[in-house]
Write a protein that binds this ligand. Structure first.
Ligand code: DQA
Length: 145
């Protein structure tokens, strides 16, 4: 069975509380639980992990080299400047789908740039929590034998 990881970066643990007009009222726990159930309904095993630390996210991406077939990644603010996360993605040769709950292109200028986009297979932005399911759909297709 293929196994995927839902990986969330800094401040995503505050979703449900932080800027509800942007990120909605669902907590990350709810989003993770729903996304895992959706992945399982497609025949994928799925884990979820969140960290506010760049190093912990890099370590988890490295772990995916041996333990996962693909990643759904919302690197949050690190998206815009973390070359460490970009290099970790490039190192593992596994499909990574970039997710943003908000439409980053309709927000602050600094959010328009993603340094990880060139090493991801693709991305989803602006659809709130639905974006995670869309990313799982993409991975499910890509991982079909
Ligand atoms: C985000 C967008 C980022 O710009 C921001 O720093 C986040 C969340 C999103 O899901 O829309 O923390 O990745």
């Amino acid at each position: 069975m293929k196994k995927i990881l839902i990986l969330n970066g800094p401040n995503m643990d505050m979703v449900g509380i932080r800027e509800p007009g942007v990120y909605g009222h669902d907590t990350l726990k709810t989003i993770e639980t729903e996304t895992i159930a959706y992945a399982e309904s497609l025949g994928l095993a799925c884990d979820a992990f969140q960290s506010n630390s760049e190093g912990a996210l890099v370590d988890k991406i490295h772990q995916a080299f041996t333990d996962y077939d693909g990643i759904v990644l919302n690197a949050a603010a690190y998206t815009h400047y973390s070359y460490a996360i970009r290099d970790a993605i490039a190192a593992i040769h596994k499909p990574v789908v970039e997710v943003h709950m908000s439409n980053v292109h309709a927000r602050d200028e600094f959010r328009h740039k993603s340094v990880i986009a060139p090493v991801c297979v693709g991305g989803v932005f602006g659809f709130g929590k639905l974006g995670y399911r869309m990313a799982v759909d993409a991975l499910a297709e890509l991982l079909k034998e």
